[in-house]
Design a protein around this ligand. Structure first.
Ligand code: PAF
Length: 282
């Protein structure tokens, strides 16, 4: 496995391949990332993973400075998972000047959910992903479904810019108790880690209620938020949305969509200082 930090060297190395498959990451890898690598590996003739903690997608009060940087361990894990090339540029390589050209996704995708609670997040994500795509020039890229809205935004960006890249979603990996794997789980104290499963359980309960015919989405959301808040969480949202556009389904649509694999429940909530997100397709 090659570890490359310079764009020119990456391009030079990849010029020997026809169909790079790509998994972008911010490092601090867990089994969820490694599963994406294994999923992507047979889709191309060379597997590239990137590791870059992207300043542009963090708000000033967020955890950019403390985000764990674990390059050595990440490279060892990537090698074991079958990765061929790690692209790990420093900030001065990817952003040699202030990045003033940016990709601004449309507000109907970003004014809601993560975009509402993390203004500018998707501009930061799209900008770095576009730039990483320009560096790697992949033919296929795999993104985790745990970041459900991110996957949708990137799919639409690639479609609108006619980029010749297949965007594939990778299933969320979970711990034995159901907690979605995330680099941010490392921030949890052991008591918080025991409590953390409540987020996925709340989403499961919402999905179960929808499957068994509940149509009062607003009440379902309020109950779920209140139940987590009563346990000491600070929920940003627990919500039922249409898979196709992440909009709230109308009352009439709920039953039809619940039977027709058209809904997703999504949640984001803070436990102590750690913000966790998760989702479940219904
Ligand atoms: O999902 C992530 O880890 C990041 O948002 C990504 C796609 C690597 C862009 O920095």
């Amino acid at each position: 496995m090659k570890i490359i930090t310079k764009i020119a060297e990456l391009r030079d190395h990849l010029s020997a391949f026809q169909r790079p498959a790509f998994v972008p990451t911010m490092g601090n890898l867990h089994d969820g990332h490694l599963a994406l690598v294994r999923q992507a590996k047979p889709l191309g003739d060379v597997l590239v993973a990137s590791i870059f903690v992207n300043r542009l997608q963090f708000l000033p009060h967020e955890d950019f400075d403390t985000y764990p940087r674990t390059l050595q361990a990440d490279c060892a894990a990537l090698q074991a998972a079958g990765c061929d090339v790690v692209f790990a540029p420093g900030e001065a390589e990817l952003y040699p000047q202030q990045q003033t050209f940016k990709i601004n996704p449309p507000s109907e995708l970003t004014d809601l959910l993560e975009g509402h609670f993390r203004p500018g997040f998707f501009t930061g994500v799209c900008t770095v992903v576009m730039k990483l795509f320009a560096c790697v020039q992949p033919r296929v890229a795999v993104f985790g479904q745990k970041d459900y809205q991110q996957l949708m935004v990137i799919r639409q960006m690639v479609q609108q810019f006619a980029l010749p890249i297949d965007i594939i979603g990778g299933p969320t990996l979970r711990a034995a108790d159901g907690l979605a794997l995330s680099s941010r789980n490392n921030y949890l104290s052991s008591a918080e880690r025991r409590e953390a499963v409540q987020l996925s359980q709340a989403l499961q309960a919402m999905a179960g209620a929808l499957r068994s015919g509940t149509s009062d989405v607003a009440a379902l959301e309020q109950q779920a938020m209140a139940a987590l808040a009563a346990r000491g969480w600070q929920p940003d949202y627990l919500t039922v949305r249409q898979r196709s556009n992440l909009q709230t389904p109308g009352a009439a649509e709920v039953a039809a969509l619940a039977n027709d694999a058209g809904l997703v429940v999504l949640g984001a909530a803070k436990l102590g200082k750690t913000r966790l997100i998760d989702n479940l397709e219904v």
